[in-house]
Design a protein around this ligand. Structure first.
Ligand code: PLP
Length: 364
C-alpha cells in the first residue's frame, strides 16, 4: 500500500488513523455484526454515534447552549437557498460580501428570494477575488435580516482575518473549507455552516450551527419541509435518514482532533504548515502566490509561475514526487495546495522540495 500527499480541495485528505479505525470496524462495528453503513439510523449504536459526534463538536468549538447543531444533506450549495428561505422577513434585505465564487453563487441564490433586496455590500470580483474586500462599512440598516460571508474562499485561497461589523445583525458564515481549522468564537455568528468534505469527513454532509432564535417557524416564502432548519432541529437530525456513514467518520475526526490538542493546536499546526509554503513563495523567483498578503488562507494556497506551459509541466511532474491533486481551479489557473488539518507538515515540505527542484531546473 502506498499513500500520496493529497492536496485536493475536497473531497480531501482524512487522518490516516481515522481511516484505519474505520477499516478495522468495517465488517463488525463494536460487536453489532454489521458495518455502520448497514445499520438503521434508529438503532442504539447509531444514536450513540450521533450523540457523541454532536457533543464532541460542541466541546471542540465551545458551542453555547443557545446554539443548535444539525447534520443535513444537500451539500453546502443547498444552504445557499436554505439561508434566505429560513431567515427572510417581510420587507427585509440581506447583505452579501462577494469574496469569491461560492459567495457569489450564494448571493445569486438569495436574489431568487430577495430580488433587489439581496445586496452586495462589498466585493473583490473586479480583481478576480484576489483579496477580501473591506467590510467595515457594509450597507446594513434596520431591515437587514443577516450579513453573509464565505469565510474561506476555497478556489481563490483567501480568508477573512477579521469579521465584518454587522451592527448587531446576524452573521451567516459558510466555513466549508476552514471548519475546525482553528478556534472561532461561535457567539459572533448567527449561523455557521460547512460542507464536511474539505476539512472534516466524507462528502454528502453539512453541519449547521444555528443560534436558536434563528430557527424559525414562520417563513415569508413557501418552504419545503426539508429546507426548514426547524425540521431537523426538532428531530435532532433524524427527521429522515441522515448520511450515517459521514456522521460516523466525522465523529471519529472530532475525537482525533480532541486527542491532538483541539482547535488551538490545530491552528498552530496549520499556521506552521502554511508558513513553510508562503515563506518559500515569498522568496521564489519562479512561483508567485496569487492573492494579497493580508487575505491569505492557511487552508488553500494558490500559486503559479505565470507561464501556463510551465504550470502544466509542474503539475505533470508532481506525481513522481508522490504529490496528488495540486492543479489549481480553472477560475484561477496554476496550482493550489489545500493543506487541511489532516495534511502532515511532511507533505508540505515534500511539495516545497519539489518546487525548489523545479525552480532550479527552470531558472537557468
Ligand atoms: C466554501 C465553499 N462553499 C460551498 C461549496 C459547495 O459545496 P457542496 O459541493 O458541498 O455543495 C464549496 C465546495 O465545493 C466550498 O468550498
Amino acid at each position: 500500500m502506498s499513500r500520496v500527499f493529497n492536496f485536493s480541495a475536497g473531497p480531501a485528505v482524512l487522518p490516516e488513523e481515522v481511516l484505519k479505525e474505520a477499516a478495522a470496524e468495517m465488517l463488525d462495528y463494536e460487536g453489532s455484526g454489521m458495518s455502520v453503513m448497514e445499520m438503521s439510523h434508529r438503532s442504539k449504536p447509531f444514536q450513540k454515534i450521533l450523540d457523541e459526534a454532536t457533543q464532541d463538536l460542541r466541546d471542540l468549538m465551545n458551542i453555547p447552549d443557545n446554539y443548535k447543531v444539525i447534520f443535513v444533506q444537500g451539500g453546502a450549495t443547498q444552504q445557499f437557498a436554505a439561508v434566505p428561505m429560513n431567515l427572510q422577513t417581510k420587507g427585509g434585505n440581506a447583505v452579501y460580501v462577494d469574496s469569491g465564487n461560492f459567495a457569489h453563487k450564494a448571493f445569486e441564490e438569495a436574489q431568487i428570494f430577495y430580488g433587489e433586496n439581496a445586496i452586495v455590500g462589498a466585493s473583490s470580483k473586479e480583481d478576480n477575488y484576489t483579496y477580501i474586500p473591506d467590510v467595515d462599512n457594509l450597507p446594513i440598516n434596520d431591515k437587514t435580516d443577516y450579513v453573509y460571508i464565505c469565510e474561506n474562499n476555497t478556489i481563490f485561497g483567501t480568508t477573512f482575518h477579521k469579521l465584518p461589523n454587522t451592527q448587531g445583525k446576524p452573521l451567516v458564515s459558510d466555513q466549508s473549507s476552514m471548519f475546525l481549522s482553528r478556534p472561532v468564537d461561535v457567539t459572533k455568528y448567527g449561523v455557521i455552516y460547512a460542507g464536511v468534505q474539505k476539512n472534516v469527513g466524507p462528502a454528502g454532509l453539512v453541519i449547521l450551527i444555528i443560534r436558536e432564535d434563528l430557527v424559525k417557524s414562520e417563513f415569508v416564502n413557501p418552504t419545503a419541509t426539508m429546507l426548514k432548519w426547524k425540521t431537523q432541529v426538532s428531530k435532532d437530525s433524524l427527521y429522515n435518514t441522515p448520511n450515517c456513514w459521514s456522521i460516523y467518520i466525522c465523529g471519529k475526526v472530532f475525537k482525533w482532533l480532541k486527542k491532538n490538542g483541539g482547535l488551538k493546536a490545530m491552528e498552530e499546526r496549520n499556521e506552521a504548515k502554511a508558513k513553510v509554503l508562503y515563506d518559500y513563495l515569498d522568496q521564489s523567483k519562479l512561483f508567485k502566490n496569487t492573492v494579497r498578503k493580508d487575505s491569505r488562507s492557511i487552508m488553500n494556497v494558490c500559486f503559479r509561475t505565470g507561464d501556463e506551459e510551465l504550470d502544466a509541466e509542474f503539475i505533470k511532474g508532481a506525481q513522481a514526487h508522490n504529490i496528488a491533486s495540486i492543479k489549481g481551479h480553472r477560475l484561477v489557473g496554476g496550482m493550489r495546495a489545500s493543506i487541511y488539518n489532516a495534511m502532515p507538515i511532511e507533505g508540505v515540505k515534500a511539495l516545497v522540495e519539489y518546487m525548489k527542484e523545479f525552480e532550479k531546473e527552470h531558472l537557468k
